[in-house]
Design a protein around this ligand. Structure first.
Ligand code: ZN
Length: 259
């Protein structure tokens, strides 16, 4: 832990890559961990596949029911999120790239200019036909009122759009937003510290930011409850509960040498 502290506190241009592990202490289950949504119910992964979502009304209906009852709406940022905000306040955060769609970094208080939500956000919906984006709460009110698969109500030259609505997240089978990926890659290859938090580092292309940063000379710190696929190239690895250790690693006082 003291090595991780030393590296993070020596960083002047820090890129943080965040995964679902940071939000489990806010009550939002991850996907692939031991208690993960997809670990416990592999069929749920289909809800995140764009082809099935477009083709099967039953998949959309189930997805809307899940969104309506998602623990995300009541979740609050935890000390792990607040520790990352501290990096921004100190002026050493180059960019925070999050794989999470829960919006908790922005709720914690980050300037959106420092945050790339590389897999999108649940807090908006997007129409797959006309592209209109709305606050998710507006559409979820319609679901709560009984619309099991609410269509887009935007009015176009041809009349009501009627397109399929979806969370404004990147589903399996969809490409990332090119500008978001390019911005993340540029930051990763010019940072002096890459801090990976709460990610199994198994989902690409986001995970590729870690070796990209390392090749260009950045020091790499990995904080995750379980080992990751890139532990071997990290300068420090901390396997411990994130909301407990991240405030220490980012904190003012150097922890006792245990590594
Ligand atoms: Zn539309």
């Amino acid at each position: 832990m003291s090595m991780a502290w030393e590296i993070v506190n020596g960083g002047r241009r820090i890129v943080v890559l965040v995964g679902a592990g940071i939000s489990t202490d806010s009550g939002i289950p991850d996907f692939r961990g031991p208690q993960g949504v997809w670990t416990k119910d592999p069929s749920a992964e289909k809800l995140a596949t764009i082809d099935a979502y477009i083709r099967e009304p039953a998949v959309r209906e189930r997805a809307w029911r899940n969104r309506l009852t998602s623990p995300t709406w009541d979740a609050k940022p935890n000390p792990g999120h607040m520790a990352l905000l501290e990096l921004e306040k100190r002026g050493v955060l180059e960019l925070l790239v999050t794989q999470n769609v829960d919006g908790l970094h922005l709720i914690a208080g980050h300037d959106p200019a420092f945050v790339v939500e590389i897999h999108g956000t649940m807090r908006r919906t997007v129409c797959l036909k006309c592209g209109e984006r709305l606050p998710a709460s507006e559409v979820l009110e319609r679901v709560a009122a009984g619309e099991v698969d609410p269509p887009c109500k935007a009015v176009t030259a041809a009349g009501a759009c009627g397109g399929i609505l979806k969370s404004d997240t990147i589903s399996f089978g969809q490409d990332l937003v090119p500008e978001d990926l390019q911005r993340s890659e540029r930051a990763a290859v010019s940072c002096d510290v890459l801090l990976a938090v709460g990610s199994s580092l198994s989902v690409y292309p986001a995970a590729a930011l870690v070796p990209a940063a390392k090749r260009r000379g950045a020091r790499v710190v990995i904080v995750n409850a379980e080992p990751t696929g890139y532990d071997h190239l990290a300068d420090a690895v901390v396997n411990a509960p994130i909301s407990e250790v991240l405030p220490v690693i980012v904190g003012t006082y150097r922890p006792e040498a245990t590594d």
